[in-house]
Ligand binder design. Structure first.
Ligand code: SAH
Length: 340
């Protein structure tokens, strides 16, 4: 599959050089695709017809489709149909600082976190780069507004689809293209350590978020299968290494599960583990789903947990809840569709 929306600037440059053309044609192509949003190559007037024909022979231009849109005041959720009839989801969140989109990186997920809806349905395949890029393009076109930030927190484990995800980030970050600043791009991982090590060596200033969700190794192994492969100790060491290498603050995600990981002693234990690290903890109110037995922590428990972390000098915020009325827990819309 040689879709043009999967190609980074460097890849397009290589292509143009390979057909004996100048590298700057890559920039022109990017401007047509992402600035002028002109998908009809016949209208690319500054590129000669003969070259346009070569481009058309070499690349496909097809895009997935948005087939369902659910809305509430600040959130919209989309079900997207891919060209092989698989489904994924993307979510738009309207913040006071701009529009943010949560993109999926795989069809299904194999990480097997017990509280997560996406993981109930196993991974079918990785998303191609263009299938991630198109989540941004389709939504911008539909709402006729710009998206200013992207979180890779939808269905799938992005570091389990490393190459395509990195190319996706390069494409949306390209200043001549969609131009979303690296500081406005967040990648969330359950902690695939070898890939985190690769990521820390890339010159990309993106934000990294780690789904920690537990304050000790045993509890984490119960909640997240991945912890049996990459233990919490090693993960915390890797986070330290990441911070030292990149000089960037890392986000620790902690989903608040009633009576599971939300006790004061968990907060104390968590504070101890994270002590002195350049991180901030994002407490996530759990989005309940019909299929899983987990319940969300009540507000007062979340506040106690928050206060305990604060008292122990850990930076902490509580994630604003978006779209609980519109099946916004990652994977809910897709699983409804698949199980229909
Ligand atoms: N695989 C990646 C990214 C996708 S999941 C990761 O694990 O980080 C994005 C985040 O949503 C993760 O922190 C995940 O644990 C969390 N999450 C999953 N199901 C949830 C639910 N029902 N309610 C709240 N957060 C959930």
């Amino acid at each position: 599959m040689n879709n043009i929306y999967s190609k980074t600037k460097e890849e397009l440059e290589c292509y143009f050089e390979s057909i004996g053309e100048k590298k700057f044609k890559a920039t022109q192509t990017i401007e047509w695709l992402y600035q002028k949003r002109e998908a009809n190559i016949d209208n690319w007037t500054n590129i000669k017809k003969e070259i346009r024909e070569k481009i058309q022979d070499h690349f496909t231009f097809e895009m997935p489709k948005i087939i369902k849109r659910e809305q509430d005041k600040l959130t919209e959720k989309y079900l997207i149909e891919l060209n092989d009839s698989q489904h994924i989801e993307a979510v738009l969140m309207r913040h006071d600082y701009g529009n943010s989109v949560c993109v999926s990186s795989q069809v299904g997920c194999n990480m097997g976190c017990v509280f997560c809806e996406s993981g109930r349905l196993k991974k079918i395949r990785n998303l191609e780069t263009y299938e991630m890029v198109s989540q941004i393009l389709l939504i911008e076109e539909l709402i006729n507004e710009r998206i200013s930030s992207v979180v890779i927190m939808g269905i799938g484990e992005p570091l389990d689809n490393y190459e395509n995800v990195i190319n996706f980030i390069k494409i949306i970050n390209d200043a001549k293209g969609i131009a979303i600043g690296a500081r406005h791009i967040t990648l969330s991982t359950c902690g695939l350590i070898p890939k985190m090590k690769e990521l820390m060596n890339l010159p990309l200033q993106i934000n990294l978020a780690i789904s920690l969700h537990a304050s000790n190794n045993d509890l984490r192994s119960k909640l997240m299968k991945v912890n049996k492969v990459y233990s919490m100790n090693d993960l915390v060491d890797t986070i330290k290494e990441y911070i030292n290498k990149t000089n960037r603050r890392v986000t620790i995600e902690y989903v608040m599960l009633n009576n599971v990981n939300d006790k004061i002693e968990h907060a104390v234990e968590l504070a101890h583990i994270l002590h002195g690290l350049n991180v901030y903890v994002n407490l996530i109110p759990y989005n309940e789903t019909n299929h899983l037995e987990f319940k969300k922590s009540n507000q007062s428990q979340i506040m106690k947990f928050y206060d305990t972390l604060k008292k122990n000098k850990i930076n902490v915020t509580i994630r604003k809840e978006f779209g609980s009325k519109i099946s916004a827990a990652c994977g809910q819309l897709r699983s409804k569709e698949v199980e229909k």
